[in-house]
Write a protein that binds this ligand. Sequence first.
Ligand SMILES: [Zn+2]
Length: 131
Amino acid sequence: MHEMSVALAVVDQVERAARSRGAHGVRDVHVEIGELAGVVPDSLGFCFELACAGTALEGAALHTRSVPGRARCAPCGRSWDTGLPPDMVCAGCRGAATELVSGRELRIAEVRWAAGPDSPEYSNATNGEET
Ligand SMILES: [Zn+2]
């Protein structure tokens, strides 16, 4: 399953970052998913939970944000939402010299670390703004 390999890659990356900054755990992971990336957010959420088990991310929540596919026509400068399946032909000039501006994203946008008992952020942990 594609989502499982994506989930494992996300967990791996976040775990490495957690280790390098000595984080006690991870509370939230925000991921941007392009509409055309071929990843189903619900499936990714499911796989993420499995992939987190036994890692520093155990119990972390995954938040996904969908990025719409956008195409732009080079000759006339028009841009539009591609939809799915992607419509890559310019409705203005019928040209096919279009480029995909967005929609293939698959990236970790933000990670919120869990505050540990000896972390300086710990006293702020309840107001939800530890960054
Ligand atoms: Zn055009």
